[in-house]
Design a protein around this ligand. Structure first.
Ligand code: FAD
Length: 458
């Protein structure tokens, strides 16, 4: 008997899962499969924080399947070879999987389709599993994608979303399809100590909690660095332990203050995904070149090291970079100002910063990370490509009392109030308290002059 295979990728959940639903609609057993893809590791994406979160996700997914009479089949190696092998063992006519947007995902889909068809099987790729609105579903009159967010958002808001699918009651899986052990969350070197817990159970709990008591304050508080008043759902959206369709639908249904501002932010995710789907090279190359002659990780080594380690001498930048290392996550405002500091004030190639973020972020995501970096660097979709965020002004505005800085920079923990944002101006006892904190790696005027000279037409 032919048993369909469901290949899980960035959709590690049982709720609202169109590929699983389609496979179960056949009425018989299915093979839920996850491949620990060698290609992902070879491309440098298998970093400790995301591997640990992934291990949680797989354990939770397997647990959910077992409660429904099934189990997760795990294999490792080349994804195409492994899927084909499992499909042969199950004598599958069909393999179901979610559509995704990166160049790697595109290659994977093409290779898989080709190999399966050569064996007389069919690949069925489902849209709106990893996005709320499928990339390519909305296009302006004269292009294959939107390059400006506001008109995209207008169209996105009016787009009907598909119904949320219920979690299946039972997922029968045939015996005799072998599986490797689930990977465990061992503590490899480089793991952030404050990493959140992964998995659909944790994701759904966070979602429920957020809708109950977080989203109402979102519009007013989302930029408050110390308040930490954003959803922290990004790793769950990245690994698909929360469905974007379900998130948007439930937020809209809950309504109330904050709901639309929050949904708008989720639309940024789809916006970047549709840019990357249309321009996969934007993961590595300027979306709109400004003919920069960036300083590289080698030519600006000391500055890059100071930035990575959170000792640039600019407190809010350093707080954010230390939060990243400790939690594998960073607040959006902090991402904006640290990225601006590297790309513009230090004039270092945005790819150097994007790589460091991808090495640590638990939500590290090609579309969101690379295109946000390009947005900040001025090579992306920002209509004001030469704006530079001043880290002192940003600190004073988004961390007005300095509490965020004191939380992450112990050398400044004894300095009260907003004065913490300009330690070079401290006098007397406060100066002594801050004595262990480094001097700025560059003056802001000097950094700005270098950027302007390099970037602006003479
Ligand atoms: P919330 O404010 O609660 O927002 C809800 C969701 O909306 C987020 O989970 C995210 O999926 C989406 N979202 C929010 N802001 C953005 C945005 N600016 N662009 C796209 N989607 C957004 N996000 C990632 O998921 N992965 C990344 O690798 C990533 N790298 C970034 C790098 C830089 C330089 C910048 C400026 C932003 C980056 N972002 C990235 C976007 C954003 O910072 C995070 O999604 C957000 O901080 C996650 O926290 P949250 O879930 O609490 O967000």
């Amino acid at each position: 008997m032919s048993v369909p295979v469901v290949l899980f990728t960035a959709d590690l959940r049982l709720h609202d899962h169109p590929p699983l639903r389609a496979a179960l609609d056949g009425g018989g057993p299915v093979v839920p499969l996850f491949v620990r893809d060698r290609g992902v590791a070879d491309a440098g994406f298998a970093v400790p924080n995301r591997l640990a979160f992934l291990a949680d996700c797989l354990r939770d997914l397997d647990g959910g399947l077992r409660e429904r009479g099934g189990r997760l089949v795990v294999r490792s190696g080349d994804v195409v070879e492994q899927v084909c092998a499992v499909a042969a063992e199950a004598d599958a006519d069909e393999v179901h999987m979610a559509a995704d947007v990166s160049a790697y995902a595109g290659r994977r889909e093409r290779r898989l389709r080709h190999a399966l068809e050569a064996a007389g099987r069919r690949l069925r790729v489902h849209e709106t599993v990893t996005s709320a609105v499928a990339p390519g579903a909305l296009t302006p009159a004269s292009s294959d994608h939107f390059a400006v967010f506001t008109p995209y958002y207008r169209r996105w808001s009016g787009q009907p979303l598909r119904e949320v699918l219920r979690v299946p009651r039972s997922v029968p899986v045939p015996a005799g399809i072998g599986s490797e052990d689930l990977p465990s969350r061992v503590a490899p070197a480089g793991l952030s100590p404050g990493l959140p817990e992964g998995g659909e159970t944790a994701g759904r709990a966070r979602l429920a909690d957020w809708l109950r008591s977080g989203v109402a304050g979102y519009e007013d508080r989302h930029d408050d660095l110390a308040g930490d008043a954003t959803s922290r759902l990004s790793p769950h959206l990245h690994f698909g332990t929360v469905s974007a369709v379900e998130l948007v639908r439930r937020t809209r249904r809950a309504g109330g203050p904050g709901a639309e501002a929050f949904v708008r932010q989720v639309a940024w995710r789809d916006f970047h995904r549709q840019v990357l789907a249309a321009r996969p090279d934007a993961a590595v190359a300027d979306y709109r070149t400004r003919h920069d002659r960036w300083r590289s990780a080698r030519t600006a080594r000391a500055d890059v090291e100071a930035w990575r380690e959170g000792r640039t001498g600019y407190p809010v930048v350093d707080a954010a970079m230390r939060q990243l290392r400790h939690e594998g996550w960073m607040h959006n405002r902090a991402r904006l100002l640290t990225a601006s500091f590297l790309a513009k004030t230090l004039y270092v190639d945005w790819r150097v910063g994007a790589r460091h973020f991808l090495d640590l972020l638990v939500d590290g995501d090609v579309a969101n990370n690379q295109l946000n970096w390009q947005w900040v660097a001025g090579t992306g979709t920002d209509s004001r490509p030469n704006r530079v965020l001043n880290p002192v002004a940003q600190g004073r505005r988004y961390d007005p009392d300095g509490a965020y800085v004191r939380r992450w920079v112990p050398e400044l923990a004894g300095v009260p109030g907003p004065a913490v944002h300009e330690p070079w101006k401290l006098r007397g006892a406060d100066r002594e308290r801050a004595a262990a904190y480094p001097e700025p790696v560059v003056g802001l005027t000097e950094g700005l002059a270098r950027f302007r000279q390099a970037r602006l037409p003479r």
